[in-house]
Design a binder for this molecule. Structure first.
Ligand code: DX5
Ligand code: ZN
Length: 221
């Protein structure tokens, strides 16, 4: 089964609990938490406290995406706060193998994310160690941006690399995913779909979540 991971960055934080529960009602599989530090990306979002809050609201796995410099400093905090999957950016880490091993030692699933301009080939030596590869389909920093079409080629390349390396990581996509493009992205080979504004700005969170989940799973062979 393919998975939907709604990004709460675009949720109404005054009603965070209702928003997360609504996505869960629609069949959300994970809850995506976007952590931005104002350095690695030109925006600031929230820290471990909100992850801890989300953990109290839902039993779904928290899919925490660190768009921060020096993520090693905060890995433990985020895992203690409830991150089930913790993803770091390849561009923000010097000793990626060490960072990935540390995340796993601390009991979480480990992911690595690539910015749109970072080539898939850079994953080769880490492929067998990660649980998830997050292909950014927008330049990270903001919700509501347009999907970068060349990401489809990049997703296909990631599928190929996974086969070549006999690895088993999930391929997640993040940015600009909507009802209009999710089938194409799914057909290219993505397994997990982060969706922010298309769900939380839709006016009907459960219905939109269910619709997207249905599209990717009915095209799944
Ligand atoms: C972008 C974030 C995304 C974003 C997705 O930097 O990593 O998770 O919130 O939002 P949409 O779906 O609106 O592009
Ligand atoms: Zn994200």
């Amino acid at each position: 089964m393919k998975l939907i991971s709604p990004s709460i960055l675009n949720a109404d934080f005054a009603r965070l609990s209702d928003e997360i529960i609504s996505a869960e009602k629609g069949g959300a599989d994970w809850v995506h938490c976007d952590i931005m530090d104002g350095h690695f990306v030109p925006n600031i979002s929230f820290g471990p406290f909100i992850v801890k809050t989300a953990k109290k609201i839902t039993k779904l796995p928290l899919d925490v995406h660190l768009m921060i410099e020096n993520p090693d400093l905060y890995i433990e905090d985020f895992i203690k706060s409830g991150a089930g999957i913790l993803t770091v950016h390849q561009e923000a880490v010097v000793h990626l193998n060490r960072t990935i091993m540390r995340i796993k030692d601390l009991g979480a699933k480990a992911g690595v994310s690539l910015n749109p301009s970072t080539p898939v080939g850079t994953l080769r030596e880490i492929a067998e160690f990660v649980d998830l590869v997050l292909i950014m389909t927008v330049n990270p920093g903001f919700g509501g941006q347009h999907f970068i079409e060349s990401s489809l080629r990049k997703i296909r390349e990631t599928v190929k690399l996974r086969e070549e390396m006999k690895a088993s990581f999930l391929i997640e996509v993040d940015g600009g995913i909507s009802s209009e493009n999710i089938k194409r992205v799914s057909d290219a080979g993505a397994d997990v779909f982060v969706v922010g504004s298309a769900i939380f700005k839709s006016g009907d969170i459960p219905a939109k979540t269910a619709e997207l989940k249905n599209i990717v799973n009915s095209s799944y062979v």
